[in-house]
Design a protein around this ligand. Structure first.
Ligand code: NDP
Length: 246
């Protein structure tokens, strides 16, 4: 097993990509903590996967610190952090974005990752560790008719922070890598995949000829979390059926 004896926190682990990652990590021998806001859905996912669920809002520093403390109380250490929690605002042009919405997206998708990383790093500095940031193709390039500027800004920032953190903490044996998914079938993308025409348009964006599923991303996250990638840090990996090479 690739993660035997490892302790992992996966933010936004109650559904979608985070839940698929928790499932694979648990099968690979890790002790897994998943986090989310909605505790009912979180506990149901935790029961289903045989992992631990600690609820909290990534916008609240106290909640983040509480999750990290409970993880340490329960497992004694943290080896892996998957910064996966995120939200996608409604598509609209820049001049129609209310400032409150802009700030909320930054708070969840960027400052939230800062909060978790800041809380976890001092503990990882003792034995080393792995941080995997979940960005997006939208952080790598602009897409026509996908006007989510605040989201794209947070995802681009996460790509750069991956390199910054990788340099900053390499001396403490903490590796930091980043995955940029294309369109993955989850609750987040469900509104854009409702009709056959929408789905066909999304499929056509991806040279491989299909949209992704959460396992496609979870397997790449496992790679960055395991010793298979022990000489890799600061890497940005598109997992996107070829979208970004177009
Ligand atoms: P989902 O919408 O399926 O799940 C989002 C997860 O994040 C849920 O567990 C949710 O739990 C949690 N979350 C959201 N807001 C908060 C908050 N304020 N505090 C704590 N937890 C929160 O998303 P996906 O699985 O689709 O996406 C996962 C990551 O992958 C995101 O960062 C997303 O941007 C990125 N991504 C997704 C793509 C896709 O096509 N699906 C493409 C590219 C990147 P709850 O609601 O209970 O709080």
């Amino acid at each position: 097993m690739k993660l035997s004896g490892k302790v992992a926190i996966i933010t936004g682990g109650s559904r979608g990509i985070g839940k698929a990652t928790a499932s694979i990590f648990a099968k690979e021998g890790a002790s897994v903590v998943i986090t989310a806001k909605d505790n009912t859905r979180l506990q149901s996912a935790a029961r289903e996967l045989g992992v631990v669920g600690f609820a909290g809002d990534i916008r609240k520093n106290d909640d983040v610190e509480n999750i990290v403390k409970r993880t340490l109380d329960r497992f004694g250490k943290i080896d892996i952090l998957v910064n996966n929690a995120g939200m996608l605002p409604k598509v609209k042009p820049l001049h129609e974005i209310p400032e409150e919405e802009w700030n909320e997206v930054i708070d969840i998708n960027l400052t939230g990752q800062f909060r978790f990383t800041k809380a976890v790093v001092p503990h990882m500095m003792k034995n080393g560790g792995c941080i995997i940031n979940i960005s997006s193709d939208a952080g790598l390039k602009s897409f026509e008719n996908f006007e989510v500027d605040s989201y794209s800004a947070t995802k681009a920032a996460l790509i750069h922070l991956t390199k910054t953190w990788a340099i900053e903490y390499a001396k403490h044996k903490i590796r930091v890598n980043c995955i940029c998914p294309g369109v993955i079938e989850t609750d987040m993308t469900e509104p854009y995949l409702r009709t056959e025409a929408d789905r066909a348009m999304m499929v056509a964006e991806h040279p491989i000829g299909r949209i992704g599923n959460p396992d496609d991303v979870a397997k790449a996250i496992l790679y960055f979390a395991s010793e298979d990638s022990s000489w890799i840090t600061g890497a940005i990996l598109p997992v996107d059926g070829g979208v970004t090479i177009k």
